[in-house]
Design a protein around this ligand. Sequence first.
Ligand SMILES: Cc1ncc(COP(=O)(O)O)c(C=O)c1O
Length: 446
Amino acid sequence: MPAPQLPPYDHQPKPYSGPSLEEVLALRKQVLNPGLLTYYQQPLMIVEGSMQYVYDEKGRRYLDAFAGVVSISVGHGHPYVLQKAREQLELLPYLPTLYLHPQISEYGRLLAEKMPGDLKVCHFVNSGSEANELALLMARLYTGNYEIIALRNAYHGNSASTMGLTAHSTWKYNTPHSFGVHHAQAPYPYRGLWGPEDPEAGANYAADIKSLIDYATPGRVAGFFAESIQGVGGAVVYPDGYLERAYVHVRQAGGLCIADEVQTGFGRTGTHFWGFETQGVLPDIVTMAKGIGNGIPLAAVVTRPEIARVLAERIHFNTFGGNPFCCAIGKAVLEVIEREGLQRNCLEQGEYLLDGLKKLASRHSLIGEVRGKGLMIGVELVRDLKTKEPASEECARVFERVKELGVLIGKGGFFGNVLRIKPPMCLTRPDVDFLIEVLDLALKEV
Ligand SMILES: Cc1ncc(COP(=O)(O)O)c(C=O)c1O
């Protein structure tokens, strides 16, 4: 079978004249954090990007179906975003919030317009971890309660408190953390107690939250954190009605409901702008990062005015949060999503991709489940469809082979057996055809 061909694309990468891959790798090992993970047996060096594609130092083009861990929303080097970034960079990139600047309030207005209900007050920070830290602080201050419910298989960050919210041993250092945090059962129909066909699955998984509140807390909680689809955990989509029931239990115990939209926000799920809307709920606090800035350090927390007011008990300052440069980019990203109909594109390409992946599942017994919404997709690989033994090594081989064939995807799930497909939202139909052909070949070969 001939190797699948990338769709034609009219972009000439600039010739690369920097240090070699070997030199970069050696220096990285010498001077950088040894905890850094490098994807691929032969690490990949990427030196340029254009929309849904990236280029290595030799000028080879890859389809980026992972978007730098879901951080490139509208496309690498999107021309409009670049133009707005350049304009602000030349004028005044940095200003603390001690002074007035139109960019931050204008961006706050635009972002708030995208939110349902009374979620109208924005706080700008620099990363998803910071956003979740701030949401945690506000929930505790507002409710006067301390205990937090999060979900097993969740990822919410790696700062001291958010490491506590995160629930994978791989990301939790062996230090004291997680004070007051309790992890409920992951609403993971493929692996959990209640399967995808069970109409009561949502209510049953949510009942575990009630049980945790009753048995593990004083009966009062500050809040409940949930990604709208679990990202690092392997694109786990909750059963219908899960968040609705969960929110009832949490609110009955005095808690706020916090939606982590770091991966699922900004139209990626296709049918809705925010992932939580796919579950029909209205959170009290929403955190967002990654795609919000198309790859720059920008993140936000949006909540209701009365909750936001708790921060006025003290002075709240963040050196880089809400600087004019990041806000100019955030605004441009919102404009591009709207103008280019990227939410609709996520829906169309996502449905087409899910359909293609399900067809692959009927031919490759390694595929246990294909799941996702829009362009937030997971393909869980198992050795045996009955026992669901995780096919972790096979997944690693598919992942490597897919890269050799010209596609970058992610790998996740607790067992490292889920292929994660979360490309820039500008993915085209020919890209999807190429991606399916590549996966088909790679699955055949392992
Ligand atoms: C759902 C979710 N929340 C929070 C975070 C933390 O974001 P950051 O790495 O920007 O701190 C991540 C990062 O992967 C994430 O996937």
